[in-house]
Every structure is written in C-alpha cells, then in structure tokens.
Design a protein around this ligand. Structure first.
Ligand code: IDP
Ligand code: MG
Length: 148
C-alpha cells in the first residue's frame, strides 16, 4: 500500500557531501520523490521532530546537532516505504548497521548517523507537516511504476 515518509539528510551528511549518494539510493530503489529542500531546522522544529526522545540523556545533544547546519528534508512515496526505507538506512546503532545500508557504509558514530527516516505513518505525517507546506508536495505520474 502506498505510503509517504519523511527522510532527512542530517547536517553531518550535508557537510560530507553525501546528499547525492543518499538520494541516489532511494531513487535507485524505485521510490517516488514528492518534495525536497535544503533548510535550517529551528530549535522548535527540532524539538517537535524528536519529541519522542524528550527527557533522554542524548536529547540536548541531538537538538544541538540537528540545528547545527542545513539538512536536506524530503518526502518520498512508495508501497511500504516506511519499513523499506528504514532497511536501506540501517540500524540506529552504528555497531549494528549492516554493510550495504547507508549507516553501515558511511556512519562511524550513532550520534552522527547521517539520515533520518520516519518510523510509523503517524510520525511521518507529523514530521512532514513540521517541515513542509501541503503545496510543496508534488503529485505526478510515473508509468514505469507498473514494472516495479
Ligand atoms: P532512528 O534515527 O534510527 O529512528 P531513534 O531511536 O529515533 O533512531 O533516535 C533518533 C536519533 O537520536 C538517532 O538517529 C541518533 O542520531 C540519536 N540517538 C539515538 N540513540 C542514541 C544514543 O544512544 N546515543 C546518542 N545518540 C543517539
Ligand atoms: Mg526515530
């Protein structure tokens, strides 16, 4: 069933020049890009985005990090994209992120793990609304999808 997810290239990956590499992986998989922009997250947006982690010991560092430079925020669409995109991203802990995943291939530290992906449809809706206006989401046809 077609779903939307919020995927975000974090400031570390922007600085490392990995936007193209990361976008390429989702394009190659066959997901449909719906929106994308380079932006600075405000502290308010960062705290809303990571609201589920409020109170954890790493929350302050996380908000500081995610607001420390531009992110590349995106909306992507596809069948079961929430779980499939998290498979491409790799496990949160770098020690567990398998080779072939984005984190497994490029991340050295769990708190510099390059990419965010929504973990549920509810999170996706909240995270998309936090960074995009509805009119920024672009709907279009891709006839190639019949072959995917
Ligand atoms: P996720 O990004 O794989 O969904 P979450 O558990 O939602 O992982 O955590 C959000 C982000 O917080 C992680 O991507 C990572 O950057 C950071 N984080 C999670 N756990 C830790 C930790 O134990 N130490 C430091 N940073 C962490
Ligand atoms: Mg998460």
């Amino acid at each position: 069933m077609a779903q939307q997810t919020f995927l975000m290239v974090k400031p570390d990956a922007v600085q490392r020049g990995l936007i193209g590499e990361i976008v390429h992986r989702f394009e190659r998989k066959g997901f449909r890009l719906v929106a994308g922009k380079l932006a600075n997250m405000s502290v308010e947006q960062a705290e809303f985005h990571y609201a589920e982690h409020k109170g954890k010991d790493f929350f302050g560092d996380l908000v500081q990090f995610i607001t420390s430079g531009p992110v590349f925020a995106m909306v992507w669409e596809g069948d079961e994209i929430i779980s499939l995109s998290r498979t491409l991203i790799g496990k949160t802990s770098v020690a567990d992120a398998a080779p072939g995943t984005i984190r497994g291939d490029f991340a050295l530290h769990t708190n510099r793990n390059l990419i965010h992906g929504s973990d549920s449809p509810e999170s996706a809706a909240r995270e998309i609304g936090n960074m995009f206006q509805p009119e920024e989401l672009v709907q279009y046809e891709r006839p190639i999808e019949q072959w995917m």
